[in-house]
Ligand binder design. Structure first.
Ligand code: MGD
Ligand code: MGD
Ligand code: SF4
Ligand code: MO
Length: 803
């Protein structure tokens, strides 16, 4: 493959020769010759960079520039496309990089807040003043309140190796560290739940679908959420084409993964998957379709004979399903009432699951982002377990399809001396009542009682401060109080809703404006790859890369040498690469890599069939659970159920059980707010990143999507302006009316920018942000974000009504 730079140079030599030809022919002044002259003097250059936002993928981009400006973006062309190897082609979002680069929302200069916090009034300052102020505030916070009062906010938006959160964490660790968080907004509940069953969160590689006869997925939408040409959306299609498995997707939405690709869509009420699983288990038991030998040998607590000694009588799974413990058999009729799925569909689904092998069961992250998400995650895992479809080719664990999980070496962050960690979703609680947060109420780790409130937040590459966290109106109130959290630093490329809450605003460069390097995301399935990121253009204003920003602050703190260790930004890029290469000798020398562009690795070792060793020899390869087996009954959960203090209605239980939670049908609140509203992840943006780009908004407008029956009952037609509301807020948005969603459910894609305005004495979010409606109440075990658990009402309004 020729390098891009070589191609450009060859083109220039060719043009120069052409000019000489024109001159020889006496045509030097012709229009064609003039155009060629312009091309020589003002050549089109091409550089490699990448889209490094957090969609779980990463895509290489080719940036074409002319005269110091980006003129167009193209994508991977390094190899011939196929199912494997394949091109890692960017989706529409990465291809909109030029629009993002030149967006009017770009932050141009460092600024300080001059109005009230949250008001969005700022004044330009110099970088020196910005560095000094941030350094002083960091020092003041640590000295006055202690390192546990300094918080690094969950920020997923910048995933490159050097310019990223790691630069900030490195800086703060040099000062003694900062309050940690655990979990994520992506997968808090399943990350807490799966280790209880299997000892870890793990699944088989996506290509195992090609070896399965039946594929059943719950709330999994890789065609949208894994949208790179190299990622799992495409690998999913390849595996189906290769193996021809029968495919069933259970989801309230007829998603793009369902459309035209699978055999059967089963719409379900959000939050009720565990009830469906229980009815399937009932049918499996009734028809002798369970794999009793597997359950006896590999599992704890399926029936009484494998229950641990500490467990009460009849606390096994089989007794629970048959109703021997609580008098309620978990029949298809019961599940039908809860889930909205017809009895015959449930019975037929159970028959297919019980009689088809190998069976590959998967769940996306939507079902677990619910108030009972931990229960749902473990319940779904019961389907492969009951049928013995674990640890064999063509099977998985019940989690989303996995892959190599290969990782390059990142900028080292050093050691964080603070060991205390809060669940990442509870930072607003830690601002208000960190002093008293503890393990049994709040899942605090590393300490019994936190003893500190959060006093300073550093937020770089994230919009969680207001947009991506829950209950934006409530969060706004907490952040506005400058006596609580005293100082907020925001570093971003754009004037986002979160940026409005900054006390100091730091403008970062975007990919094509600086040097960096990046590896594959954790959702790229069987791929492992690394891409160089060249600097294609100078920043237009005073933006600086985050690595450099942190160096400036370190200098003010007298920590520059420790921060740089004698390396500059490019030196650290080289270091990350060389360290990665030491473990992966198939990578070429740095200079070749830098000149050649994206590199895919083909010799990475990984385990495509999860738990195959355990299946072969459970004594020699036990799981990481306390018993070494699959824990259907978990003693750890039984203990937590006894010791943790939970709010009314929250349940932690040793067995995976359907739990009817707050804001589900059946909650008395449903009389006032009858529709379940899910903030799905959509094509046209990644969370809030790209929301502000007109091209993408035109292609993927913001709408509340409603079933036509619900729309008709409310007199709503396609495109009507409506209000979606509950007790936490009001969103004004246009309606999309369709059959592609279950009645009783609506969606507003998460990530639209929160834009509250006063209308007739009420606060109305005209930005269309789902988090105006979501709750800050955490899930029971993970204390995670139950942001898909929301009840609302939708009402048609006149465009003048709110004026
Ligand atoms: N284009 C795009 N891609 C992305 C992102 C993005 O914002 N945009 N975000 C990225 C990130 S960080 C993440 S974490 C992932 C998120 O990936 P996911 O969390 O898997 O995405 P969601 O859209 O929230 O949910 C997937 C599906 O679950 C369904 N669902 C919701 N609740 C339930 C339920 O209770 N039961 C069932 N059966 N189905 C349910 C939804 O209707 C949806 O179709 O996507 C990543 N990829
Ligand atoms: N209701 C609801 N809320 C949700 C979800 C949901 O499903 N429903 N999903 C949750 C999930 S899974 C996640 S992961 C979170 C994601 O929440 P965030 O991690 O906040 O992700 P984004 O909203 O994409 O914000 C990323 C920010 O990084 C900035 N950025 C991009 N590149 C750079 C750079 O080079 N430098 C700097 N300094 N900044 C940069 C972007 O401009 C953007 O403002 O949202 C969560 N919120
Ligand atoms: S948003 Fe994701 S899939 Fe799209 S270009 Fe960026 S990294 Fe690739
Ligand atoms: Mo996420």
């Amino acid at each position: 493959m020729r390098t891009v730079l070589e191609t450009t140079l060859n083109r220039r030599s060719f043009l120069r020769m052409t000019l000489e030809g024109f001159a020889a022919a006496g045509l030097a002044a012709s229009p064609v010759a003039r155009a060629v002259t312009a091309a020589v003097e003002d050549p089109e250059l091409c550089f490699w960079t990448a889209c490094v936002i957090n969609c779980g993928n990463r895509c290489p981009l080719r940036v074409f520039t002319k005269n110091g400006r980006v003129i167009r973006i193209e994508t991977d062309n390094t190899i011939k496309d196929g199912c494997k190897p394949r091109q890692i082609r960017a989706c529409l979002k990465g291809r909109a990089m030029r629009e993002r680069l030149y967006s009017p929302d770009r932050l141009k200069y460092p600024m300080k807040r001059v109005g009230e916090r949250g008001e969005g009034k700022f004044e330009r300052i110099t970088w020196e003043e910005a560095y000094k102020t941030v350094a002083e505030k960091l020092k003041y916070t640590v000295e006055t309140y202690g390192n546990e009062s300094l918080y690094w906010q969950y920020c997923s938006g910048q995933q490159s190796l050097v310019n990223s959160r790691r630069a900030w964490q490195r800086l703060m660790n040099l000062m003694g560290g900062y309050l940690r968080y655990y979990g994520s907004y992506s997968s808090a509940q399943i990350s807490a739940a799966f280790p209880m069953t299997y000892g870890k969160k793990a699944a088989s590689g996506i290509e195992e679908i090609a070896r399965a006869k039946l594929y059943v997925a719950f709330g999994n939408n890789p065609s949208v959420t894994r949208g790179s040409g190299g990622s799992k959306g495409y690998q999913f299609r390849c595996a189906l084409e290769k193996g021809g498995a029968r495919t069933i997707v259970i989801d309230p939405c007829y998603s793009d993964t369902v459309t035209g690709k699978i055999d059967q869509w089963i719409p379900i009420r959000p939050g009720t998957d565990a009830a469906l699983v229980e009815a399937i288990a009932y049918e499996l038991i009734r028809n002798n379709w369970v794999d009793q030998a597997f359950l006896d040998k590999y599992c704890v607590g399926y029936d009484e004979k494998t229950l641990p000694k500490s467990a009460p009588a009849k606390s096994d799974y089989k007794s629970y399903i048959l109703g021997e413990a609580d008098g309620e058999p978990k029949t298809p009729e019961r599940a039908s009432r809860i889930t909205g799925i017809p009895v015959e569909t449930i019975v037929e689904l159970a028959r297919e699951i019980g009689t088809t092998k190998p069976l590959f069961v998967a769940q996306g992250l939507g079902p677990q982002r619910q108030a009972n998400g931990e229960q749902t995650a473990r319940a779904i895992a019961m389907l492969p377990i009951l049928t013995g479809n674990v640890g064999l080719p063509g099977t998985s664990t019940g989690m989303e399809e996995d892959g190599t999980n290969w990782e390059p070496v990142y900028l080292p962050t050093g050691d964080n001396k603070v060991k205390t960690a809060i669940p990442c979703f509870l930072w607003t609680e830690a601002i208000q009542r960190g002093q008293t947060m503890d393990a049994v109420h709040d899942g605090l780790r590393g300490k019994d009682v936190l003893g500190h409130d959060i006093k300073m937040i550093v937020n770089s590459g994230g919009n969680v401060l207001i947009n991506q966290h829950a209950d934006s109106n409530g969060t706004d109130e907490i952040l506005r109080d400058t006596t609580k959290c005293e100082f907020i630093v925001v570093c971003d490329n754009m004037m986002t809703p979160s940026a409005r809450y900054a006390d100091i605003l730091l403008p970062d460069t975007l990919g094509p404006e600086t040097y960096d390097i990046v590896g594959n995301g954790d959702s790229m399935g069987d791929l492992a790859c690394m891409y160089p990121m060249h600097k294609a253009v100078d920043p237009q204003w005073e933006q600086r890369p985050s690595w450099e920003i942190c160096r400036g602050i370190a200098r003010e703190l007298g920590l520059e040498d420790a921060y740089t260790e004698g390396r500059d930004q490019m030196g650290w890029i080289r270091w990350c690469y060389e360290e990665t290469r030491r473990e992966n000798p198939e990578l070429p020398p740095f200079d070749d890599f830098w000149a050649q562009g994206p590199k895919q690795l083909f010799n990475v070792k990984w385990e495509p069939v999860m738990f195959s060793d355990f299946r072969k020899d459970p004594a020699k390869h036990p799981l990481e659970t306390p018993s070494g087996k699959i824990e259907i009954y978990s003693e750890r959960l039984a203990d937590l159920a006894k010791t943790w203090v939970l709010p009314e209605g929250d349940v932690i239980s040793a067995l995976p059980k359907f739990v009817r939670t707050w804001e589900m049908p059946g909650d008395p609140l449903a009389a006032k707010y009858p529709l379940q509203c899910v903030g799905i992840h959509m094509h046209g943006r990644t969370h809030s990143t790209f929301h502000n780009l007109p091209w993408l908004r035109e292609a993927h407008p913001d709408r509340v999507t409603l079933n036509e029956l619900d729309a008709k009952a409310r007199g709503i037609a396609e495109g009507d302006l409506v209000e979606v509301s509950n007790d936490r807020g009001v969103v004004e948005i246009r309606a999309h009316v369709t059959k592609r969603i279950m009645p009783g459910v609506c969606t507003i894609a998460q990530g639209a920018w929160y834009r509250p305005v006063e209308k007739n004495g009420r606060r109305v979010d005209v930005g269309g942000n789902i988090n105006t409606l979501t709750s800050r109440r955490p899930s029971p075990l993970a204390k995670g974000n139950a942001q898909h658990t929301v009840l609302v009402e939708v009402r048609k309004i006149d465009s003048t009504e709110n004026a």
